[in-house]
Write a protein that binds this ligand. Structure first.
Ligand SMILES: Cc1ncc(COP(=O)(O)O)c(C=O)c1O
Length: 397
């Protein structure tokens, strides 16, 4: 929902200051507080910085999460510089030797190891302080129909379970490597009931694995992937159901800490990409609204092949002496300024009235949006970023 204060702010933006990203820090604070409140105490909440690492968002989140998950040396540097003492978990495939050394140097709370080779490289850069690791496993569990599957099938993520014993041998030979448990991020786009079923299977598997090896299992990170529905922005992941389900599950796993690392479901709702209709035309009987900006600022609809949800904000001033181009009670395709037919933000969405000069506020632009976009293509100006809290704040240059 575009709160009245945000709507006023958006209406007040000069056209030459569009497109703009508008972040609603108040809603982010309320949302992250509610997520934390829904989770049992024995569940640690990390925020996956890859979803959106904007410093002002991270500062709001820092009050409500137990730490951050990073997936590169760049993210590690960024998050550590902002929060010198906050726990950081470093995951992701393809870590370089330099990144592993950086993680050790930075004293990350947990290092998620993706392969036997990576583990061996780690042992070559370990200082005296050692490292606390989780082994990331690609379990033979099907996540069902999801947006993205990172496990339960062939893929570059994590270790096949058969390779875990080889890792245990490496760990046994080097006391500086402290194995704390397992990491299993299987998919993105899960709803709470499916997620709980999967979590239950993961925890059972992990316990069986540890019992067979006479090892104590104290931690399992079950990853992120809490689903968001771009077609129904009001239908949010059911954090209360997930939290109480985890509470029930944990009763069967005494002494175990579960960690989660969601990204998208945390920040997606707080971001808006606001722009303006530059032109409205018809082609082969269909209406197209050409917007300032496009998928080089908001790549999400192109990567996920969906219609980005939006709201029309009518702008009544029309400075030109000719008739204002418009679409009325018909489907309109919203495109950007790029010279490619792929620059589509929403495809044939019915509108009541849309006119050249009206503003469009795209919702759900707070995760995997600006930071995954190909900004430099065609060299259009970058959007201006606004961070609104209780009181309107000035744009960040
Ligand atoms: C290992 C890992 N953890 C957490 C996440 C965050 O997932 P999401 O943003 O879907 O919650 C990802 C996303 O790719 C991931 O690969």
């Amino acid at each position: 929902m575009l709160r009245p204060a945000l709507l006023d702010h958006v209406r007040g933006l000069a056209a030459e200051n569009l497109p703009a990203y508008v972040y609603d820090l108040r809603s982010l604070r309320e949302h992250s507080r509610a997520i934390r409140a829904a989770l049992p105490e024995r569940v640690e909440l990390l925020y996956a910085a890859k979803a959106n690492s904007d410093p002002r968002l991270l500062r709001v989140l820092a009050d409500h999460v137990d730490g951050f998950e990073v997936a590169s040396g760049g993210e590690l540097h960024h998050v550590r510089a902002l929060f010198p003492d906050t726990p950081i978990a470093f995951g992701g495939p393809g870590k370089t030797t330099a990144e592993l050394a950086q993680a050790v140097q930075a004293g990350v709370h947990r290092l998620h190891i993706e392969s036997e080779h990576e583990l061996r490289v780690l042992t070559t850069v370990l200082g005296d302080r050692g490292a606390d690791i989780l082994l990331r496993v690609n379990l033979p569990l099907s996540p069902g129909p999801v947006a993205l599957a990172m496990g339960g099938q062939a893929g570059p993520f994590g270790l096949y379970p058969e390779r875990l014993d080889a890792c245990l041998a490496v760990i046994a030979a080097d006391r500086r490597v402290r194995l704390r448990g397992l990491h299993v991020h299987l998919a993105s786009g899960l709803d709470a009931p499916a997620h709980l079923d999967l979590a239950s299977d993961v925890l059972d598997w992990a316990r069986g694995w540890a019992t067979d090896r006479d090892a104590e299992l104290t931690e399992v990170n079950i990853g992120g992937g809490m689903g968001v529905d771009y077609a129904r922005p009001d239908q949010r992941y059911d954090w209360n159901a997930f939290g109480s389900g985890l509470h029930r599950l944990l009763a069967h796993h005494p002494g175990l800490t579960v960690r989660i690392e969601p990204g998208r479901s945390v920040t997606v709702y707080c971001g808006w990409y606001v722009t303006q209709v530059l032109d409205l035309k018809r082609s082969h009987g269909q209406a197209f609204a050409v917007l300032r900006g496009g998928t080089h600022h908001l790549r999400t609809p192109a990567t996920k092949q969906h219609d980005q949800p939006f709201r029309i904000i009518p702008a009544d001033d029309w400075p030109w002496p000719w008739e204002r181009p418009r679409a009325r009670q018909e489907p309109v395709t919203l495109v950007g300024q790029l010279c490619t037919p792929k620059d589509v933000l929403a495809h044939r969405v019915p509108v009541e009235l849309l006119r050249t000069g009206d503003r469009i506020a795209f919702a759900m632009a707070g995760a995997y949006a600006w930071n995954i976009s190909h900004h430099d293509f065609l060299m259009h100006p970058a959007p201006v970023f606004h961070h609104l809290d209780e009181v309107p704040s000035l744009p960040t240059p």
